[in-house]
Write a protein of this length. Structure first.
Length: 461
């Protein structure tokens, strides 16, 4: 690198030109990181996992997303510089810390496994529950990896610590972990574009122009002694645009991330990996895979073996399907065929089938759970239960409750107040107060689904 770096340009469908400037040490370092095997692997992991079974255009990779997050993180860092200048604190701007935050944004997804969030369930078959954030930190600091060699041991550790921090330590943490961080700014735009779900308009330019830095309380409002930390907040003029941003995120969760067919195919992936994990040591020949196959190596290696983890990606799983659907094991063969032919278990959506009356829905759930208790609780059940709480702050897999992950608006007294406050936004307040519960059952057998529908008094299709 050094003096030989002449600057690079990447064309991106969301952000236009993403520029790596000549003479900018951070950009030169980022370009070198992009070309590591660890980052290049993200080209082979799709951002939205199995969503392409519903939205054919949703084949974009986590590599493309990471580029967009890096680009957006640089914009947010300049907003921090701008806000410190407005407050007369320009000399407090920490360029090293800012650069590390931008590099953390670039590397934030390097620990994702194949099919992203669905794959995390596979590790339960190995007796551990290790999320991708933990893998990310270990990959960044791995002394045998390229990322650590490029960053240097100390910087790699600082970046890994930033990504794992439970609470923000400073404003630079907000660049990649806040209500309006670089991750959200990219995926909301990219996922809407690639899935075609363009519900609602988001005025990103106006939101960025009205982004401010303020201290917020990290604990309950009534706790006066709780720690405060700086994060991004919005000028009151941006409140309508901030509402639209939250509504767009809500729509993405409802229509894309939590789509019934997407969730059904994720159930297939989970079941396939679970069974592979069980048979990897006891009966590897029943899987249809050769003993030295990367999937089996992952399940039989040390639980913290980074090399075996990095050998896995979406392309490897898809290319293994011809072997898997010839497996001796019935579960593996069935799940592989379902994945190959897009044959998800059939859903029974309680809210859709039985109306919006919550009392009736509860009775339906009780009847189904009582009748099919053994099928629901068994490892390879005929019926899979799926319950989701969809709120204005929903994230994939859980509701987000931390204060710095919520949007704040500056009120008339120059205080940062959470937007889901009746005095700030009655619209968001009304939605946050009543999260939507999605209750679904997925049936691997059509006759069982019809039996459940008749038992609960639903419509026959």
């Amino acid at each position: 690198m050094g003096g030989g770096f002449r600057g690079k340009r990447i064309r991106d469908p969301v952000h236009g030109l993403i520029v790596f400037e000549q003479g900018n040490k951070r950009d030169e370092l980022a370009w070198e990181l992009l070309n590591t095997p660890e980052m290049q692997r993200l080209r082979r992991i799709r951002q939205l996992g199995v969503s392409e079974f519903v939205f054919p255009g949703a084949t974009h990779s986590r590599f493309a997303h990471s580029l967009g997050v890096y680009h957006t993180a640089k914009q947010l860092v300049e907003i921090i510089r701008r806000e410190l200048r407005r407050q007369g604190k320009e000399n407090e701007f920490d360029q090293d810390r800012a650069d590390e935050a931008v590099l953390a944004a670039l590397l934030h997804d390097v620990g994702h496994g194949p099919f992203s969030h669905a794959f995390e369930h596979a590790q339960k078959a190995r007796g551990i529950n290790k999320r991708h954030e933990k893998w990310t930190a270990e990959i960044i600091t791995n002394p045998n990896g390229k990322i650590s060699r490029i960053l240097g041991e100390d910087r790699a550790r600082r970046i890994a610590d930033m990504l794992q921090a439970e609470d923000p330590q400073d404003i630079y943490h907000a660049v990649f972990s806040s209500s309006f961080d670089a991750d959200r700014l990219d995926y909301v735009q990219r996922d809407r574009m690639m899935t075609g779900t363009h519900a609602g308009h988001i005025d990103f330019d106006w939101l960025l122009d009205n982004l401010r830095v303020r201290e917020i309380n990290l604990g309950p409002p009534e706790d006066e002694e709780t720690r405060q930390a700086p994060t991004f907040c919005f000028d009151p003029r941006a409140r309508p645009a901030a509402e639209q941003f939250l509504l767009a995120r809500y729509t993405l969760h409802e229509q894309v991330y939590f789509h019934k067919t997407t969730r059904a195919m994720e159930e297939v992936i989970k079941r396939l990996f679970r069974r592979l994990g069980e048979l990897a040591e006891s009966s590897p020949e029943a899987t249809g895979l050769p003993k030295d196959h990367p999937i089996l190596r992952f399940f039989t290696s040390d639980r913290n073996d980074i090399e075996s983890y990095l050998a896995l990606d979406d392309f490897l799983i898809i290319s293994s399907l011809p072997l898997l659907y010839s497996a001796e094991d019935d579960v593996i063969r069935d799940m592989a065929c379902r994945l190959r032919n897009r044959t998800p278990p059939k859903p029974l959506c309680v809210g859709t089938e039985f109306g919006s009356d919550q009392g009736r829905q509860r009775r339906v759930v009780e009847r189904i759970n009582e009748k099919f208790h053994s099928e629901i609780k068994s490892p390879y059940r005929k019926v899979a239960e799926d319950q989701i709480k969809l709120s204005i702050y929903s994230t994939v897999g859980e509701d987000e409750e931390r204060a710095f992950k919520k949007i704040h608006i500056i009120d008339g007294q120059k205080r940062a107040k959470e937007i889901a406050n009746e005095g700030i936004s009655r619209l968001i307040w009304s939605m946050a107060d009543k999260p939507k519960e999605l209750i679904r059952y997925y049936f691997y057998d059509e006759s069982t689904r019809e039996e459940a529908r008749k038992l609960a008094g639903g419509r026959r299709r």
